[in-house]
Design a protein around this ligand. Sequence first.
Ligand code: PRP
Ligand code: ZN
Ligand code: MG
Length: 225
Amino acid sequence: MKPRDRLRIAMQKSGRLTEPALDLLNRCGLTFRQSRDKLFCFGEGEPVDLLLVRDDDIPGLIAQGVCDLGIVGRNVLSEFRGTAGESNGNAALTEWRKLGFGRCRLSIAVPQEMDYNAPQDLHGRRIATSYPGLLGEWLRTQGVDATVITLAGSVEIAPKLGTADAICDLVQSGGTLVANQLRETDVLLQSEAVLAGPEALPSDERGDMIELLLKRLDGVIQVRE
Ligand code: PRP
Ligand code: ZN
Ligand code: MG
């Protein structure tokens, strides 16, 4: 990896975290030149640039050193740490700050008419999810033997299609579950947007810039609370 003197932050290109993440960075005094439909946004004042990508790619970009920090849901970060983790020489990632927006939960949901009282009722069932690592870990701690079906998206329609008996997906308002006649039964993880980065700060100017950014973030988050 070529050394860089400018800090690079990865964030979601378009989605629920995009607006609040940009808003937060603006409040920290960072402004960017390019429009947000572009992949790269050049920082105007401070030496801090943005890379706009799919949220699921953010932990990998940090672990590989392509970006120094990322604004991403805890769900995505935890899934990455549980699966890809430190293998292949990737840096270990940590949650530097909770950001207080994008709150949601990763939950099990079953068809409304399904007889469900406890996780053991999932024994021998097929569960569709985009979070096979987190779901697998939860099933193990529950002592439940179920088949995990990994889907990249539209997880909520799997029961209706007959490709799964239950799902494990993010719930925010609950609207998606209602629209698909599903009911939430167990919460695996409470999530929100976090500032993610490597456990060790870079030992050059980027490390100093991260410390400055963390200080400003703490001020902004305190004011907002
Ligand atoms: C998440 C999740 C559900 C929906 C739940 O998807 O996968 O589909 O939000 O939210 P609700 O409880 O408010 O209905 P999201 O739209 O964030 O994006 P993705 O599925 O494309 O990643
Ligand atoms: Zn996503
Ligand atoms: Mg969705």
